[in-house]
Design a protein around this ligand. Structure first.
Ligand code: HAM
Length: 425
């Protein structure tokens, strides 16, 4: 048997209603804050990711699905959405100093070691805001995500924030980190030794317990932050406090992508084991210019939908979603001769009641087994078209969940009857 690729999961009908709820809630919410949807290709030139996420990041070094196209181009499945959004905006709409708020949703690909909450194909909802330099838009994005948690009934998520300053200050910090870690190189693990010269900031992020002591002693970025970033960060914290958002400043939060400057943030849960981040984001003021555009401040986030779905399974939303695939009506047919009449009756109902979910039984099974199927489907009411009904132009309406018997009505009165009977449920 051919199975799905490791780390790439099917999302089955028992879970899709939960995804649909999340998608719908996010769409309505993002639009209500003025974010417009952009749909981006899943494949891009490899260089786009190398030059934005960074050549020495884990993502680019070892997690991208990269292949050579037939014409020799190196292409990669997108590991995230920010790079593509920047590319699209630059390609179609040179900024002309206008603010833009965009959002996207879809699959991303990283060849990480799969475990609970970490997959090779996973899904993100992302938002990117271009052209706004102040901490107000950083705060708006955070406030928007808090509203999403509220709408979904999710409690217990913690916000961590940090500032990464500007590229210049980070370079100085980087230099000092290299000196510090080089002095204790024998205490580093293999990964960190490799990062020492390519990406020393990432050592700070290491989860290896044996490294924690040497990491604790490392210089912290606070001492290096430039006054502009410092002020931006202070104002952001004030706005968050003004809006009753609890946060923790985590000076070790550096994020795994190179394009950030100033604000970075993550929303964390303790309920998913090691994969605790459900949303990550930050400011990337230099990226548009880096790709040849006008200097354009930008900030955004991406939510890990798979992780959010795991959390949503424990909320009342799960029960609502679980039943939302169930039909209201199940149509039972007394034999092949009546297929035409049956489908016609079904279409009459669908025409008049477009929101009603009606499943017709296809196949000439006995009444008994059709009723069993009707029951299993979760339908509330069965419609029955047997010989008697068809010959007299009637249809029988039978409740399956409440014991109030059944009525047989002329087909012309079916809609009125259904409206009455459904209202009783
Ligand atoms: P990221 O932190 O790499 O940021 O990913 C954002 C979120 O995607 C994570 O917090 C996590 O919930 C989810 N995620 C990442 N990798 C996986 C995986 N292998 N399996 C399941 N979920 C995963 C970005 O992608 C940036 N583009 C965010 C951003 C937008 N920054 C500015 N604008």
């Amino acid at each position: 048997m051919i199975r799905a690729v490791r780390g790439m999961n099917d999302i089955l009908p028992d879970t899709t209603p939960l995804w649909q709820r999340l998608e719908h809630t996010a769409r309505v919410l993002l639009l209500s804050y003025g974010y417009e949807e952009i749909r981006l290709p899943i494949l891009e030139q490899t260089a786009l990711f190398e030059r934005s996420i960074g050549e020495t990041t884990d993502i680019v070094e070892k997690e991208m699905y990269t292949f050579t196209d037939r014409n020799g181009d190196s292409l990669s499945l997108r590991p995230e959405g920010t790079a593509g959004a920047v590319r699209a905006v630059l390609q179609h709409n040179p900024f002309r100093n206008q603010a833009q708020r965009l959002w996207y949703m879809g699959p991303m690909f990283r060849r990480e070691r799969p475990q609970k909450g970490r997959y090779r194909q996973f899904y993100q909802i992302g938002a990117e805001a271009f052209g706004m330099p102040g901490p107000d838009i950083d705060a708006e994005l955070i406030i928007l995500t808090r509203r999403l948690w509220r709408l979904l009934g999710l409690g217990g998520l913690q916000l961590e924030i940090n500032t990464l300053g500007t590229a210049t200050t980070r370079a100085r910090f980087r230099q000092d980190l290299v000196s510090y870690f080089s002095a204790s190189a024998e205490k580093l693990d293999q990964d960190s030794r490799r990062r020492l010269h390519s990406n020393p900031l990432r050592i700070l992020d290491s989860k290896n317990p044996e490294l924690q002591e040497v990491i604790q002693g490392a210089p912290t970025f606070e001492r290096y932050v430039d006054p502009g970033s410092e002020q931006h960060f202070r104002q952001l914290r004030e706005i968050l406090e003004h809006n009753d958002i609890d946060y923790r400043v985590n000076p070790r939060l550096v994020r795994g992508l190179d394009y950030y400057s100033k604000t970075v943030f993550e929303w964390l849960t303790t309920e998913l084991g090691a994969q605790g981040a459900v949303c990550g984001g930050g400011r990337y003021d230099g990226l548009v210019e880096h790709f040849g555009g006008e200097p354009t401040p930008a900030v955004g986030f991406a939510i890990g939908m798979d992780r959010l779905i795991e959390l949503l399974r424990e909320t009342p939303l799960n029960d609502i979603a679980r039943t939302s695939n169930e039909p209201h009506l199940y149509l039972i047919v007394g034999g092949e001769k009546y297929y035409g009449s049956a489908l016609r009756v079904a279409e009459t109902v669908r025409e008049a009641m477009p929101h009603i979910r009606l499943v017709t039984h296809c196949g000439s099974d006995s009444f008994k087994s059709q009723f069993k199927r009707a029951d299993k489907s979760g339908a509330r009411i069965a419609l029955l078209l047997g010989e008697d009904e068809v010959s007299q132009g009637m249809v029988t309406v039978k409740h399956l969940r409440i014991s109030s018997g059944q009525v047989t009505v002329p087909q012309s009165e079916l809609i009125a009857c259904l409206e009455k009977e459904l209202a009783r449920l």
